[in-house]
Design a binder for this molecule. Structure first.
Ligand code: NAD
Length: 362
């Protein structure tokens, strides 16, 4: 068993919890599973033993109910989640909630618990009492203070950290060093979804590179109707997300594009899309003889299961790192799973490195 704590019981957490039970119930018949076994662990080995949020419709409720509380609106692909006794605890509010979420109608917005939430001592006590081994962060984009708060709590509780969101921790030298000093692994940052806009865009950039074609300009425009997209309409919270998404593509292009020739990021919030995300990718370039060409791709995908698939791999990698006494950032597993890893790698190389790490052969 891998004892997991989750921060942020939003859509990604909902898909993750459903996904654990989907894998347990379906066994070998489960569809779309990345790494059915990894270092001896299967996805169903993950048990959520603690959960934190600051929305009054989630805190104090059994996890199996909280994952379907508003404003969560992702697909119910395996809604039959048994009660394992885990109840959502209050976290610390800090900068976790955007003004757009606070001002949205209740069904789509945020309803705060009384007060500012828990202290660090209280969060650490919950992690210790639950004997959590790995903490995963699904905090909203732009939660800089809250991310630092929970990372510090993980250090104090002696828990490995998986950072699924775009505040830079695993790819930040000082944070990675703190985890190394504490003898704990840290894996991140910002999940590269299973079949998401980033991996499709990277694959297309790679295709141009290996076929000898040139990319001149590109954009990736994304729309969606979940809380994450509403949050991302606040441009002040978006800096690191845009950087994470842009660098993930720039690192796959043969010759880095000038800043004005590449534009990547969330472009609008369309409430009726709910958790569906639509990405429009355009690449302009040239092939033999400098003759121009352009290419357009439209991807439509449920956003949160797309991240949960990667989370189930990352959580198992964190546990493998704990088992082997690996501390600090783990570049060999981050590049395949995250948009902003400590070190970018070609996706095929990154996959081979992750598998070698899990097998113990690296
Ligand atoms: N969906 C994907 O494919 C994908 C991919 C990569 C990264 N991400 C990132 O994962 C993160 C989570 O995405 P989501 O769709 O689940 O978001 P969400 O808005 O549905 O969920 C966030 C949850 O965090 C809670 N929260 C806010 N402040 C908090 C605090 N201080 N302490 C504890 N909880 C707090 C909110 O109440 C909410 O329940 C986002 O940062 C997103 O950008 C998602």
């Amino acid at each position: 068993m891998i004892r997991l704590a989750i921060v942020g019981i939003g859509n990604c957490a909902s898909s993750l919890v459903q996904g654990i039970h989907y894998c347990r119930d379906k066994g070998a018949d489960a569809l779309g599973v990345l790494f059915p076994t990894l270092g001896g662990y299967v996805p169903g080995d993950v048990e959520v033993v603690a959960a934190f949020d600051v929305d009054s419709r989630k805190v104090g409720r059994p996890l199996r109910e909280a994952i379907f509380a508003p404003p969560n609106n992702t697909a119910r692909f395996h809604a039959d989640v048994p009660d394992n006794g885990t109840v959502v605890s209050a976290g610390a509010v800090l900068d976790g909630v955007s003004s757009l979420m606070r001002n949205a109608p209740a069904a789509r917005g945020f309803t705060q618990i009384d007060g500012d939430g828990a202290s660090a001592d209280e969060v650490v006590a919950v992690l210790k009492a639950a004997r959590a081994e790995v903490l995963i962060s699904f905090l909203p984009v732009g939660s800089e203070q809250a991310s630092a708060f929970y990372a510090q709590c993980a250090l104090e509780a002696g828990v490995a950290l998986v950072n699924g969101m775009p505040v830079f921790l695993a790819s930040d030298g000082p944070w990675a060093a703190r985890f190394a000093a504490a003898g704990l692994p840290i894996i991140g940052d910002d999940f590269k979804a299973q079949i998401g806009a980033t991996i499709v865009h990277r694959a297309l950039a790679h295709l141009f590179a290996i076929r000898g074609a040139e990319i001149g300009r590109s954009y990736q425009l994304n729309v969606g109707g979940n809380s994450d997209f509403l949050n991302m309409m606040d441009m002040n919270r978006l800096t690191s997300k845009r950087l994470s998404k842009t660098e993930a593509v720039q690192s796959a292009v043969r010759t880095r594009l000038p800043d004005d020739d590449v534009r990547i990021g969330p472009s609008d919030y369309v409430p009726w899309l709910d958790d569906r995300k639509v990405a429009y990718i355009r690449i302009e370039g040239s092939n033999f003889g400098g003759v121009p060409l352009d290419l357009e791709v439209r991807l439509s995908v449920e956003d949160s299961p797309n991240a949960a698939a990667m989370a189930l791999a990352a959580i198992r990698c964190a546990r493998i790192a704990l088992d082997r006494g690996v501390a600090g950032a783990v570049p060999d597993v981050c590049a395949f799973l995250f948009k902003h890893p400590p070190r970018q790698m070609d996706d095929e190389v990154a996959l081979a490195r992750l598998v070698a790490f899990a097998d113990g052969s690296s």
